[in-house]
Every structure is written in structure tokens, then in C-alpha cells.
Design a protein around this ligand. Structure first.
Ligand code: M6R
Length: 659
């Protein structure tokens, strides 16, 4: 769950590329950071600092790194060893420098082996041990590529690693098994990073590295020839250095160390999408982007003329070829309809906020398609020996597409013979590449650690999925389909209205922060939204919050209620409204202070509530997307009032690529 960046080339400054890249990756970890560059003098220089990246930037002012053309950098989320400068990456062993994202599971064994051999180990990390293994090997082979090739099979666990060797400043090695790693292709220069966002300022062309692959990047300067594209008649007038052009060669190897052909993908995200664009925090920007996000999620899947849901293009690439042009349609591809008609049961698997989206979807699919749905937290599913079969559909939801537990769950589901469908925001991410069928949240980059726009976008996709399943099963008629689709199409403008609560919560935050705890209650589709609201408050405001099914309160949690407890009651006027109100009264009778969220001018609720928020009147299936917005704003403003770092809450990271 760290972020890594590497650069080999001369057009850019490695120091700048790495620091800029790490800034975009800080969401992955932010307890310490470091950089190492082989300077033009030939000396390998490293600077590290505990704390956020700004601390590293300060350290670089005192201890500047000179220019060079190769470097690696790291921003850390500690696993082995406390956050400190000593444990920060890059780790050095002899003339080898290495950055690592992940966990080396057999590190104790390696550590003992190294200590026995008399190696001096400086940090408490598992990563430094890998640097030593490579350093010892390079002493023998005198080739950094061969050294890595020999060490790789000794490593167990999850890793993405970049390695350079002071003796060979024109080579950079990368290899991975687990955490993501991409190669950015420049003109005569090569970039490496944990994700594409780190490199969008430099390139939009990427190669996604698969597990077990090894990358050898080599840099050289070649004399311009008349036949080269760079040749001009002016060439002869140029200085010797100017007559050279830069070549960066990227060679990919598979697990058996055979050369493989890289596939280059072009990403259409632009660099400005990952800037704050005037907002105080990414999270606030992303909350405000939600009306656009839901529209973008829905657009590819609604035929506006026929008013029909369109998931036909999604299809199921049964052999997981991922290259739709090469598919033999009969053998490898099944249409969505073909698959959906035969589905007997749906499993939805995810973590955190994405899991709550899955829980809302259980209501959607069971109501609209009358198919039994089980939801599971990925870390539970993967270890509970699930029973799956070919007519079962396993849907995974993941904004990043890199969450380790969700990735393991989809792999397991495939091995057990189920059809898999991923809903991701990041295209070509590991989970996306693993699935038979692919749907996208399409919400643009989400940088704030707390997920917001990806959540509402995934709810839209799940809503549409339930309609497509309902149609395939002939449970849903066209009139009903039109009602659902109209509700989705109305979402952007209704959300705009709710964003006006921003001011309301920024004013209320000073009073709300005095509560000792928060209970979020709801029934039906509002129950998972209650849990999502509580999660937002926990992760941002570090306050105790619980999401509960309102009807379950009397079975225990009522004992928690006193005047210091705020009750956030989700009570849209749906078919369980009356029952929700009874639960609200039970909580109020025990002294709880009520913050209620309902539909329209609800005077009954306004009278009994400390705070009352009104949602626009909407179809039940879009209430969750509307009701979550005030909960996001409330968590955001409470965290700001408490002076917490909203975009980078303590102890957390955006994508959890370790177990
Ligand atoms: O990238 P994913 O959707 O797989 O991430 C899952 C969770 O880690 C994520 O939703 C987490 O719970 C967020 N911090 C919640 O705001």
C-alpha cells in the first residue's frame, strides 16, 4: 500500500518526475518518503524523511540531489517497522537501491539467512532484505538484470519492486506479483509507477505489468542517421551531444523469463482531472463532481430513444482474453443476455464503501430480478470456502480495481467455475483484467481516501445491472424499466440541489463535534447507507459511529443512547417510512438527539429533530444516491472543524493492496 515511481531518460529531471509522481501517489501511503538518484557524477544519492512528502521536500532543500537520468522514489504506508527515516525507502545494500510496495511473507527466513551470512541489516523492514539478496547476487553476476532474475524466485508474498544499481546507470529493473505497476512510455524515456495518475503529466501511453512479469528498461544515446525520423538537414550543424537521440528500450519477460510482447494502452484521463481545481480538498471536489459522475456512469448504458437499459455490449469474455478484437465470438464470448438468463444466484463481493454499495444492490436485484443475492466482505469470502457453480454470477465492486482481498476473491470465484463481473472505476486495473465481464463506474480519478463519487456511480451501475437481470429473467416489464431509468436520469439535477447542504453542515459542524458518538439508522436500502455514513465519519472525523438497521436497535444498541449521542435517522418516505418513524421515537424517548433526513417538507420530523434535512421526492431506487450526499458533507465538515487531514486520514491509504 505504498506508492513507487521510477524514471530512466534524459528529457526530464528524475528528481522532478519522482517528486511529482509521489505527490499523486500520496493517497497510497504517507508516513515517510524517499528518493534515490544516480547523479551525473556517477554517485548514487539518497534522501529520506519521516512524515508526509513535504518533509522530504524540506530535506531535499538541505541536502540537494544533483541531476542524473535515473532514479526511484517511494511514499510509505508502514507494514514492517514503524514509520521512521531508517525504515523509509529506498533501501540500499552495497550499490543496489530498491523501492518496494507490498509484503515479503518469507522475510523472517531471509533475514536469518542474511544474518548468518554476516550481512548488516539497518532497518526493520522486509524490503531491505530484498535489496541485500540482489546486492549479493550482483556481486557474482555483475549484471543487475541477472541478479534480479536469480532473486525473484526466492520471494514469497506480494510485491512491486523497482531496482537500480550504481554501477549501471542505464538500466532500471521492475518486477511484480500482486500490487499494481505500470510503465509510462515517453519519447526516448521510460517511467514506472504504482498507477497511471502519477504519470499523466508526462504521458498517456501505458503498459500494465501483469503478475510474475519482469521488466528490463535500458537507456542509450544513438547517433542520428539520415534514415531516422529525427534526422533533419540541420543535423550536421548541431553539437556532438545534439546529434544524439535517446532510446529507451523496454523488454518484458514472463514467469519463465521468456520475452513477451507488451500491449500499449492509451488513457484518456487528462492531468488536470487530478488537480484540486480550486477546492480546499479532493474530497470536496469529488463530492461536487457527483452529479456529473452519475450521469457519466449511466450514459453508456441507457438507450434514450427506446428508454431501455443497454448492457449488451458488456458481454462475457469467457476465456478472459481481454482483447475483444481477437475473440472468436462463438467460442469465447457469451452475450450478456445469454449469461443473465441462466443466472440462478448472485454474489456481490467488495470491501469498505464498495461493500456497502453491494449491500444496496442486494435490494435492487432481489426486487427487480427476483434472484437470490448474497453479499460478502472480500476478506471473509476468500477464506470461507464458498460453494459456487457455473450458473452463479460473482460481482466484485472496486473503485481502484486493486484491493488485494477483492482481487483474491474474484480469482477464487473464477477457479470455482462461477461467471465473474467486475465493476471498477480504474480501467485495466488488476480486478478489471481478471473478470469475464466488465462494467465501469466512469467517474474519473478519485483521489480523496474517503470514497464518494465512485460510490454513487457504482450504485447507478448496480441499479442498471438489476434492471438488465430483471429483463433477462422476464420479471421486469418495460413500463417499470422506464420508471427506473427516468429516476436515474433525474439524479444529477436532484443531487445539485442537495449540495446546498454544504453551507448548512459547515455551520453545524462546531456543534456536532461535541457529541460523543453517532448512531446512523435506516431500513431497507437506507440501512447500507447508514453504514456508509458511519464509515465516512469514522475515517474522517475519528469519532465513534455505528450504522445500524433501525429495527434492530431494541435488541441491544438502545442501551447506548443518552443526550450525548446523536442519532442520524434516514427516513425517506418509502414503504418502510412508518416503521422507521417508530424507531426514531424509541431513540428520542431515551434522550438521543435527532438529525433526520427525509423527503420534502416533513413537518412531523422537523418538530422532533435538532437538525432536519430534506431530500427531493424521488423513486425509492435512487434515494440511496441522494441520501448519502448530506452524510458525506457532514463527515467532511466535522473532520475539517476538528482540523483533520480530510484527504489523507490517519492510518489509512486509498487502495489497500495488502491483506
Ligand atoms: O478501491 P476499492 O473500492 O476496492 O476500495 C475499497 C475500500 O478500501 C474503500 O472503499 C474504503 O473503505 C474507503 N476508504 C471508504 O471511504
Amino acid at each position: 500500500m505504498c506508492g513507487i515511481v521510477g524514471y530512466l531518460g534524459e528529457q526530464n529531471s528524475p528528481r522532478e518526475v519522482i517528486i511529482n509522481g509521489l505527490k499523486k501517489l500520496e493517497y497510497r501511503g504517507y508516513d515517510s518518503a524517499g528518493i534515490a538518484v544516480i547523479q551525473n557524477s556517477g554517485e548514487l544519492k539518497r534522501v529520506r524523511a519521516q512524515g508526509k512528502l513535504t518533509e522530504l521536500e524540506k530535506a531535499l532543500e538541505y541536502e540537494p540531489i544533483q541531476e542524473g537520468h535515473i532514479g526511484i522514489g517511494h511514499t510509505r504506508w508502514a507494514t514492517h517497522g514503524v514509520p521512521s527515516e531508517r525504515n523509509a525507502h529506498p533501501h540500499h545494500a552495497g550499490k543496489v537501491s530498491l523501492v518496494h510496495n507490498g509484503i515479503i511473507e518469507n522475510y523472517l527466513e531471509i533475514r536469518e539467512q542474511l544474518l548468518e551470512a554476516g550481512v548488516k541489516i539497518e532497518s526493520d523492514t522486509d524490503s531491505e532484505l530484498v535489496a541485500h539478496l540482489i546486492s549479493r547476487e550482483v556481486e557474482k553476476t555483475k549484471s543487475i538484470f541477472s541478479a534480479v532474475k536469480n532473486v525473484k524466485p526466492q520471494l514469497k508474498g506480494a510485491y512491486s519492486i523497482l531496482v537500480l544499481w550504481e554501477e549501471s546507470p542505464n538500466e532500471l529493473i521492475a518486477f511484480k506479483d500482486g500490487p499494481p505497476l505500470v510503465i509510462g512510455i515517453g519519447e526516448g524515456e521510460t517511467y514506472l509507477a504504482s498507477d497511471v495518475q502519477a504519470l499523466l503529466n508526462y504521458t498517456q501511453k501505458f503498459i500494465y505489468i501483469n503478475d510474475q512479469e519482469l521488466v528490463h528498461v535500458q537507456f542509450s544515446k544513438v547517433q542520428k542517421q539520415p534514415s531516422t525520423a529525427n534526422f533533419t538537414t540541420e543535423t550536421s550543424k548541431l553539437s556532438k551531444e545534439e546529434q544524439l537521440y535517446h532510446v529507451s528500450k523496454v523488454t518484458l519477460y514472463n514467469q519463465r523469463f521468456e520475452k513477451i510482447e507488451p500491449k500499449v494502452a492509451t488513457i484518456n484521463w487528462s492531468a488536470d482531472l487530478i488537480e484540486k481545481q480550486g477546492y480546499a480538498h479532493y474530497m470536496l471536489k469529488e463530492i461536487y463532481e457527483q452529479p456529473r459522475a452519475v450521469a457519466q456512469a449511466a450514459a453508456p448504458h441507457i438507450d434514450l430513444e427506446k428508454m431501455e437499459v443497454q448492457l449488451d455490449k458488456v458481454g462475457f469474455d469467457i476465456n478472459n482474453l481481454m482483447d475483444l478484437e481477437k475473440l472468436d465470438s462463438k467460442k469465447d464470448f457469451q452475450s450478456t443476455l445469454e449469461v443473465f438468463k441462466n443466472i440462478q444466484k448472485v454474489y456481490i463481493i467488495a470491501c469498505g464503501t464498495s461493500y456497502y454499495a453491494g449491500q444496496v444492490a442486494k435490494y435492487f436485484i432481489e426486487k427487480n430480478a427476483r434472484i437470490n443475492v448474497e453479499t460478502d466482505i472480500a476478506s471473509e469470502f476468500r477464506y470461507r470456502n464458498p460453494i459456487l457453480s457455473a450458473n452463479e454470477l460473482v460481482v466484485t465492486i472496486s473503485q481502484s480495481g486493486e484491493t488485494a482481498d477483492t482481487l483474491a476473491a474474484i480469482r477464487l470465484a473464477k477457479n470455482l467455475g462461477a461467471k465473474t463481473l467486475s465493476i471498477c472505476n480504474v480501467k485495466n486495473s488488476s480486478i478489471d483484467r481478471e473478470a469475464h465481464g466488465h462494467l465501469y463506474m466512469n467517474s474519473g480519478p478519485e483521489i480523496g481516501v474517503a470514497s464518494t463519487k465512485a460510490f454513487v456511480s457504482s450504485l447507478v451501475i448496480l441499479n442498471l445491472l438489476s434492471l438488465a437481470l430483471g429483463k433477462a429473467k422476464k420479471v421486469l416489464n418495460h413500463d417499470d424499466e422506464v420508471i427506473f431509468l427516468r429516476a436515474i436520469l433525474g439524479l444529477p439535477s436532484q443531487m445539485e440541489g442537495i449540495l446546498a447542504y454544504d453551507k448548512y453542515f459547515s455551520e453545524a459542524a462546531q456543534k456536532l463535534k461535541k457529541f460523543k458518538g453517532f448512531l446512523y439508522l435506516g431500513r431497507g436500502v437506507s440501512f447500507p447507507i447508514a453504514m456508509e455514513g458511519a464509515l465516512k465519519l469514522k475515517e474522517l472525523a475519528y469519532m465513534h459511529a455505528e450504522g445500524y438497521a433501525a429495527g434492530e436497535m431494541k435488541h441491544g444498541p438502545l442501551a447506548l443512547i443518552d443526550p450525548q449521542m446523536a442519532i442520524v435517522m434516514l427516513a425517506p418516505q418509502d414503504d418502510v417510512y412508518e416503521k422507521t418513524i417508530s424507531n426514531l421515537e424509541e431513540a428520542r424517548a431515551r434522550g438521543g438527539k435527532i438529525i433526520s433526513i427525509s423527503t420534502g417538507e416533513n413537518t412531523q420530523l422537523q418538530k422532533v429533530s435538532e437538525y432536519y434535512l430534506s431530500l427531493p421526492k424521488a423513486h425509492w431506487s435512487v434515494n440511496p444516491m441522494l441520501a448519502v450526499v448530506p452524510l458525506q458533507l457532514m463527515a467532511y465538515h466535522l473532520a475539517s472543524a476538528l482540523n483533520h487531514d480530510v484527504d489523507q486520514p490517519r492510518n489509512l491509504a486509498k487502495s489497500v493492496t495488502v491483506e
